[in-house]
Design a binder for this molecule. Structure first.
Ligand code: NAD
Length: 466
């Protein structure tokens, strides 16, 4: 772990396994305790005392230095990420993720929130400024561990805060290493990392020295984080689960959209919050849609991420592997047909093949719940307005998409879909200049762009008599 700029060992360690070969131990991760958490929060708090007064130039330089660390060490970090997370080195895998880290850090460096004069009158002169919050507690998941860490850390320090981050116990190693490297170029204590189990996350959100919580993970954990934050009214940003619906307009040629639909749902083997997770197609278009997707997927190799030919990797951990198996078996029992895939690997690994499921509808778990795997239910509709209602009918509201060549109709449907983002003729296309976040149970607040940066500040008004 890195606390106050120094490397810190733990008393106990857990093995991190390679999901492409679970007999291979990738490394051992420290199990941090409440004592380490206290030390990390104290180090961050001390760093904040001076960083809060740092110049804008210093903050920009620090964020740019982080971008450079990600670029300069991309090869090493990508290999570690592939070995512990499973995603391929190429394609939309580890090198892509490291590219995203550098891109987001660099863009976030360029952001700022200028002071605003709200009133300059005979009565008063009022200026709105933004001030940092203090110590940011960041908790990350295992699907895009490095990119999400950057999404939390860089706006945090750009806005003048210090950070304590706790990565997922499933993929701690790459984050521990990235932050160790960052500490070579940052002031001591500005970014601290402690690893440990779920209980350490709960201790972090409960800690009285934490002034802001940014959490990316499941809805169930997000609710606990929000409850914990409520005890001290700690500001939270919650980026939670999604069950994104896509609607294909009737009468379209699905082969035109096959690539976008495929990668929109299968990116990172489906282990992406904002992936397409249920596809609504007109009943007359079902066969052509299935055929287009199956034929596209035939050319997409899944395998060990260290193999340069692989474009998709395994599920990341046993819990997720079992969950995907359970949801597909439940769908089969409900009359679902796996037109391709549908059978897990025998191991020792967590590979699950690309699977398209037909013959089920809303009310079946695979449609109603977030599967987080390479399995896409394709459900039919007869009336497009009914499809919109069904897309909107769940607790989720991260993204949605509409696919078709009629611009007026796609715009009409986009306006009605209830989600933080609606994509048209694509899915899961995020960018650092575009705010991103969920509504309903998919989250609270946004990340990225000026609005995301503002979430690491509070408004301070200077109100002067004229
Ligand atoms: P998870 O909620 O199980 O764990 C996420 C993190 O929270 C881990 O670091 C874990 O140790 C920690 N944690 C667990 N219990 C905690 C508690 N009580 N208090 C504080 N921290 C605790 O999620 P996961 O399985 O790692 O990730 C998958 C989920 O994350 C999916 O639902 C996915 O959609 C979601 N996700 C959302 C986004 C987004 O931007 N909206 C991005 C990526 C992943």
């Amino acid at each position: 772990m890195t606390i106050g700029g120094a490397t810190v060992a733990a008393d106990t360690y857990i093995e991190v396994l390679n999901p492409a070969n679970t007999k291979e131990v990738v490394g051992e991760a420290p199990v941090g305790t409440a004592k380490h958490l206290d030390q990390a929060v104290a180090a961050a708090s001390q760093a904040f005392d001076s960083w809060r007064h740092s110049s804008d130039d210093d903050r920009v330089s620090a964020c740019q230095a982080i971008a450079k660390v990600c670029t300069d060490n991309a090869d090493e970090l990508a290999v570690l990420l592939t070995r512990e997370q499973g995603k391929p080195l190429g394609g939309l895998g580890s090198r892509f993720e490291l590219g995203g880290c550098a891109g987001w850090a660099g863009y976030t460096a360029s952001l700022s929130i200028p002071d605003k004069v709200l009133e300059d009158s005979d009565a008063r002169h009022v200026v709105q400024t933004r001030v940092p919050l203090g110590v940011v507690g960041s908790i990350t998941p295992w699907n895009w561990p490095l990119m999400i860490a950057i999404w939390h850390i860089v706006p945090g320090i750009r806005a003048g805060n210090a950070v304590v981050i706790k990565p997922s116990p499933f993929t701690p190693l790459s984050t521990l290493r990235m932050i160790e490297l960052m500490n070579e170029v940052l002031p001591a204590g500005l970014v601290n990392v402690i690893s440990g189990g779920d209980e350490l996350g709960a201790e972090l959100t409960d800690h009285s020295g934490i002034d802001k919580i940014v959490f990316t993970g499941s809805i169930a954990t997000g609710k606990k984080v929000m409850a914990s934050a409520a005890t001290r009214i700690t500001p939270v940003t919650l980026e939670l689960g999604g069950n994104d619906a896509g609607i294909l307009l009737p009468g379209e040629d699905p082969s035109k959209f096959a690539e976008g639909l495929f990668f929109g749902s299968m990116i990172n083997s489906g282990q992406t919050c904002g992936a397409l997770k249920r596809l609504y197609v007109h009943e007359d278009d079902l066969d052509a849609t299935v055929e287009a997707l199956v034929s596209f997927s035939a050319n997409i190799p899944m395998g060990d991420g260290m193999d340069e030919n692989s474009l998709l990797g395994p599920l990341q951990n046993e819990r997720q592997f079992k969950r995907v198996i359970e949801l597909v078996e439940d769908a089969k029992a409900a009359g679902g047909l796996c037109v391709t895939g549908g059978e897990p690997s025998n191991g020792p690994n967590y590979f699950y093949p690309v699977t398209f499921v037909t013959g089920i509808s809303d009310g079946v778990r695979l449609v109603d719940e977030e599967q987080f795997g390479p399995v896409l239910p394709i459900v039919t509709y007869t009336d497009i307005d009914d499809a919109i209602d069904r897309a909107n009918g769940l607790e989720f509201g991260l993204d949605a998409s509409v696919w078709g060549s009629d611009d007026a109709e796609t715009a009409r449907i986009a306006a009605q879909l209830e989600s933080g983002t609606v994509f048209v003729n694509k899915h899961a296309d995020i960018a650092p200049n575009v705010p991103f976040g969920g509504i309903k149970c998919s989250g609270l607040g946004v990340e990225f762009a000026e609005e995301g940066l503002a979430a690491y500040t509070s408004i301070k008004i200077i109100n002067k008599a004229a």
